[in-house]
Ligand binder design. Structure first.
Ligand SMILES: [Zn+2]
Length: 360
């Protein structure tokens, strides 16, 4: 039997309803130097999964309530980087096929000796190290009209795309007042495709988007589906009533989201007070390409002019660090503490410069 590599501080979460088996597995892994937490059911296991970074997850197939497969599916969605092994006493072909389909990384057949258990968990932990060191963020960018999020955070979203993050764009209206419905929807799809993002296009009435009711319903439903770790939405400091109302509805719907930021629109007022300046030098051309996807608008909307978009990010670049030329500015509603998850990399590289009365 090969000995597993020193596991260091590797943390293993064991989900097993049978108490003697749970104690056995926990003890064997603790003796091998692992930090182990255990749960007897799916719901508390998901809560524990959310609490800390894990190196491996062991799941018994026959959990009470939700099955092990249900837990695996949900754990995959929440923490795609964590390797998962299914534990079962049933080594049938059918179970093996289901396990493969649900994309588990390994399969532990009970009863299992402590040596084999430790060796298999060692392989899972090694697998975890090969996976991206930056956990994937789930990003939700909310805008009242097609092109709002691309103008506000197009560069930041391109950065999320590079990081492998999961991006959803929620656009609450087709922006009918600004042109043909179908054409604008097609443009929004084209921009989303460039970002590798999922587009949700609502059907609220342009210029009459309310603060609650259908606006809140749509954003809440999307937040429930996407379970975002980061939300970008309109600032309230904006002349356009649709933008203000989307901001307010977002504040309610995203109340449980760890990080919430507000972006600038062309109609933002001088009261827009950003404190985050996201460097987008590498992303300026891609931002312009996103905006160019809205070519039916470019002719009639002067705020989409590439020189203005470029000049705006160049202007905000003066608040960034010295080696940065272009930034997108963000107001911070709420921010997950830096370092609580490695996915903060995008944000922690941002200079946290105070806005001060700098002399010209
Ligand atoms: Zn708008």
């Amino acid at each position: 039997m090969t000995t597993s590599p020193p596991p260091g501080a590797a943390r293993v979460l064991v989900v097993e309803d049978d108490a003697p088996t749970r104690a056995y597995v926990t003890r064997a892994l603790q003796r091998a130097g692992y930090t182990v937490a255990s749960e007897a059911a799916a719901a508390p296991a998901l809560a524990t999964l959310d609490e800390a970074p894990w190196s491996a997850l062991l799941v018994d197939i026959g959990l009470p309530g939700a099955s092990g497969f249900d837990l695996v599916r949900e754990a995959r969605r929440r923490r795609p980087e964590v390797p998962i092994a299914l534990m079962t006493a049933d080594a049938s072909v059918e179970v093996a096929v289901r396990a493969l389909r649900s994309e588990v990384d390994d399969f532990l057949t009970k009863p299992i000796s402590p040596e084999d258990l430790v060796a298999q968990v060692g392989r899972l932990v090694a697998l975890r190290r090969t996976r991206t060191t930056t956990p994937v963020e789930r990003v939700l960018a909310i805008g009242a009209h097609p092109d709002d999020v691309e103008i506000g955070v197009g560069g930041v979203l391109a950065g999320h795309q590079d990081a492998g993050d999961d991006i959803t764009l929620l656009t609450l209206s087709h922006g009918q007042r600004g042109g043909d419905r179908a054409a604008r929807a097609a443009e929004a799809e084209r921009a989303a495709a460039l970002l590798g993002a999922t587009l949700r296009l609502g059907d609220l009435e342009d210029t009459l988007i309310p603060e609650s009711g259908p606006t809140l319903d749509l954003i809440e439903a999307t937040v429930a589906d996407v379970d975002p770790t980061i939300v970008y939405t309109h600032t309230v400091n904006d002349l356009h009533q649709d933008h203000r109302n989307v901001h307010r509805a977002s504040m309610v719907a995203a109340r449980g989201v760890p990080s919430v930021y507000c972006y600038e629109s062309p109609s933002a007022t001088v009261d827009f007070r950003p404190v985050r300046f996201m460097p987008i030098d590498r992303m300026v051309e891609r931002k312009l390409a996103l905006i160019a996807a809205y070519d039916s608008q470019a002719a009639v909307r002067s705020y989409l002019a590439p020189d203005l978009v470029r000049a705006t990010s160049r202007y905000w670049g003066r608040y960034g660090s010295r080696d940065v030329d272009h930034c997108e500015p963000l107001e911070v509603v709420r921010e997950r503490p830096a370092g609580s998850r490695a996915g903060d990399a995008l944000l922690t590289t941002t200079p946290q410069q105070e806005t001060s009365d700098a002399t010209a």
